[in-house]
Design a protein around this ligand. Structure first.
Ligand code: KDG
Length: 323
């Protein structure tokens, strides 16, 4: 792996309407406004942990687009390559919390035909993107449109052919795929990214009838250097050709909204690896970041700094000693 020092993401950023109360959306009266999107979340997380970040995307020429730009800017993510699209609006989505499964959230997208879904290879400024050493994208961008997929392909090739890093999170959002059987074919070439983040549900789609350990091995055979399987409260497993490291997650007493936890996990994991921490420690920091995020509404608001991560881990250890 090349140095992991600066990160550029490719993906849609949306406005998230998050209800103040749990339960079915038809009875919700008040919503909070947040900014979210898997790649943007990761970049914000990395930025808070001290890394240089930038995003390539499109937003509408509207109030929500302006909110996204000012939020990302405020979090230290470079937005100089975000295009403002006059014809199409910024995508939005709603969250339904704790219903029908307590502790879980459901998303409802209003993003078809969004500005970001029109991103195409001709929008990419590769000179800008290649100023970063690592490209970040997820399966969400691959699902948005043909031109988004082509944009990922072009960026992926540019980074790979120069020996730079690619980080890919499979993030299969079932609601975004017309035909799930397409996923296997589309994802194949991207599974050779240097770091692949995934989870058990996604691996069941990519490698049916295969244990997650075995599926992770198959991804390594495709060329990935590090595969991380996120398992929620059960923690996570990092698999390389040399080792398999497993770490349990932290129990969270009051879950507010689980969305964004995976992105916080990724950011803290990448940041720890970048700082030369061993995989076991990287998993511990990543689990800590994920469990902090679920305690508040909004995807990234509770993303921790290094100091907050240390404080959190210290408090968990004290809790265990007291028991
Ligand atoms: O990882 C969190 C994201 O899934 C959420 O913010 C919304 O980007 C999103 C998506 O497309 O699902």
């Amino acid at each position: 792996m090349y140095l992991l020092e600066s990160f550029v993401g490719l993906g849609e950023v949306m406005v998230q309407l998050n209800p103040l109360t749990p339960g079915p959306l038809r009875h919700v009266k008040y919503f909070e406004v947040h900014v979210a999107g898997s790649e943007a979340n990761m970049l914000i997380g990395l930025s808070r942990l001290g890394f240089r970040t930038g995003i390539v995307t499109k937003v509408g020429d509207d109030e929500f687009g302006k909110l996204i730009l000012s939020t990302l800017r405020g979090e230290g993510v470079d937005v100089s390559n975000v295009k403002i699209e006059e014809e199409f609006p910024t995508g939005i989505y709603f969250i339904q919390r704790h219903y029908p499964i307590p502790g879980k959230s459901t998303v409802f997208y209003y993003r078809r035909g969004s500005a970001a879904s029109t991103l195409s290879p001709s929008d990419l400024n590769l000179d800008y993107m290649l100023e970063f050493d690592t490209l970040i994208f997820t399966g969400i961008t691959l699902a948005l449109s043909k031109t988004c997929r082509e944009s990922v392909e072009k960026s992926f090739k540019a980074f790979k052919s120069r020996g730079l890093n690619v980080v890919f999170d499979t993030n299969i959002r079932v609601k975004l795929w017309k035909d799930l059987s397409e996923v296997v074919e589309v994802f194949k070439k991207f599974l050779s990214s240097n770091i692949v983040f995934t989870n058990e549900e996604d691996l069941k789609i990519l490698y049916p009838q295969t244990s997650f350990h075995e599926a992770a091995r198959k991804i390594l055979e495709l060329g990935a250097e590090l595969v991380v399987v996120k398992r929620g409260v059960r923690g996570a497993v990092a698999v390389t050709n040399e080792e398999v490291v497993e770490k349990r997650g932290f129990k969270v007493e009051s879950v507010e909204d689980v969305i964004g936890a995976g992105d916080a996990f990724n950011a803290a994991f990448i940041a720890s690896v970048a700082r030369g921490r061993p995989l076991e420690e990287a998993l511990e920091y990543a689990n800590a970041a994920g469990s902090l995020v679920v305690t508040v509404r909004g995807d990234f608001e509770a993303f921790p700094s290094w100091a907050d991560l240390e404080t959190y881990l210290r408090s968990r250890k004290e809790l265990v000693e007291l028991r």
